[in-house]
Design a protein around this ligand. Structure first.
Ligand code: DGY
Length: 321
């Protein structure tokens, strides 16, 4: 009988995913699903061949240095991999994979929720009704911004950006985008390409962020770039909190220069930003872009597909390093 590779799964995944994992691996679970501390993560990795983490497990360079030689693959249950030091993993010969594509629809849905929640004052209205403060109506009551016919700017036209643009088209919005490289006409679908970020920002009534967090993109949305947006624009962020200078965002929202923001991600997670939480013109969610039953199953299966290929001696489909 051949021995199965040992796989650490540090967070609770869907039952269907765990059942499939157990078919091919000796699975070690983190029984109570708490976020492992750095030391706990290192300790839990000591006797395993592979790990299937989420973005809550931080594989910084020092954690990677402390991994055992037998651990050969980090198969992430996420598309974003800013929680893994890729150069450090590469230097140690550890393969890293992610789960692209399968969460694009779910994340695009949340981007639309954030856009509409911000434009139509979703948080403010919800709280007013729940708290029994809805005792008034007039034609000027709770008036928001209509998105139909407005310009929807996509910063980062990868898979999620493209599907989000499709959804925004459904609202009759005109699509503009900036991406490292221009898309082919079949993917562009008439969207207007901007070869600089500044040019995109200058026309975006709604700006939706879809780029990965990296040294190049940290703080990309800051006091200078927010000032480029049209008056009373709306910012949507379903990518990573690190892209935005949150102090500058608070200032732009407080002054009214920005009409509203719809945010699913924050610099500090979990928890968010208390200054943003004070503002009525912020619609906020707790990083749930990919949180649908269908997508969480698909992410788990995709991570297992990557592991299965690796242990079968083939190249994992989503290998990053
Ligand atoms: C991702 O996959 O990157 C999502 O943000 C959830 O982790």
């Amino acid at each position: 009988m051949t021995t199965k590779p040992t796989l650490l799964i540090p967070r609770k995944l869907a039952d269907a995913v765990l059942d499939r994992a157990r078919d091919s691996y000796d699975v070690i679970l983190n029984a109570d699903d708490h976020v492992l501390t750095r030391d706990e993560l290192i300790a839990a990795c000591q006797n395993v061949d592979a790990v299937l983490p989420c973005h809550s497990e931080h594989f910084s360079a020092d954690v990677i240095a402390a991994l055992p030689d037998r651990l050969r693959i980090i198969a992430n249950h996420s598309v974003g991999v800013d929680h893994v030091d890729l150069p450090a993993a590469k230097a140690r010969g550890i393969v890293v994979t992610n789960t692209p594509d399968v969460l694009s629809d779910a994340t695009a849905e949340i981007a639309m929720l954030c856009m509409l929640g911000a434009a139509r004052r979703g948080s403010e209205g919800d709280r007013m009704v729940r708290e029994g403060r809805w005792n008034f109506w007039s034609p000027s009551f709770m008036v928001g911004r209509q998105v139909t016919g407005r310009r929807f700017g996509v910063l980062g036209m990868g898979r999620v950006g493209q599907i989000t643009a499709d959804r925004a088209r459904g609202f009759g919005m005109e699509i503009h985008y900036h991406n490292r490289s221009r898309l082919s006409p079949d993917k562009e679908k008439g969207a207007v390409f901007h070869d600089t970020i500044d040019s995109l920002l200058a026309v975006s009534d709604v700006l939706s962020l879809h780029c990965p967090a990296s040294a190049d993109t940290t703080g990309l949305i800051n006091a200078r770039t927010l000032a480029l947006l049209p008056e009373r624009a709306i910012l949507v962020n379903t990518a990573r909190g690190a892209l935005v200078d949150e102090d500058a965002l608070v200032a732009a929202l407080t002054s009214g220069r920005l009409f509203a923001a719809g945010l699913d991600v924050f610099r500090t997670e979990p928890g968010g930003n208390t200054a943003l939480a004070q503002l009525d013109n912020v619609f906020m969610l707790p990083h749930i872009g990919s949180a649908t039953f269908e997508t969480r199953d698909a992410m788990g299966f995709r991570a297992l597909d990557n592991l299965d290929s690796f242990f079968a001696g083939a190249a994992p489909l989503d290998r990053l390093v």
